[in-house]
Design a protein around this ligand. Sequence first.
Ligand code: ZN
Ligand code: ZN
Length: 210
Amino acid sequence: MSICRRYIKSIKKCIPASRIITNMLDQIPVKCSTCEQTSLTRGNFNDHINKTCPNINIPCSASNIKCPWIGLRHEYETHLSTCKYEALRLVLTQLISDNEQLREVNQKLNSQHKKMNIHMQQVLAENQEFNLENQKLNLEIRKLNLDNKKLHIEKEQIYFQNQQLNDEIQEVRQENQWLILKQQQLTQMEQQIIRFNQLRNKTLSIQFMS
Ligand SMILES: [Zn+2]
Ligand SMILES: [Zn+2]
């Protein structure tokens, strides 16, 4: 076995070899270091590793339905004859697809739930604001009610004072009428006195004359 001694400074400086050279190189016999097979060429080495080498680790064909087996290719046939996953492929495939669907539904529900939560928080915040406004309004209403009661009391006081004044006015009016009556009586008496005086004067003059 020979090794290329050339030192490669950068992979960018490598140029792909021409097809003729690649074909020639692919004819070179190589040996698989895992299974010791020697009847191989460089050209079919990848195929050997990927498809036939018995000493390479491969997964079970049921790995897509969760079979955890990984083992050497030459043990695979034995595993496959007893693989429980492969035997239940139909059921497992259905279950896995159901599971996938459920997961999608769950994700959608979760995102809806998150949206609903955000919405609910907004509603709660609005509600709190509304409650505060309501409390303020209630305070205003209480104040207005108190003012109203005060005004009502003042109104009643004024009404009462007004009645008292009316009573006093009526008393004064009655007194006034009584005074007018007295005045009239006095005037009448005065006139009587005048008449009496006149009569007496006349009588006196007649006596004096005779
Ligand atoms: Zn091999
Ligand atoms: Zn398996």
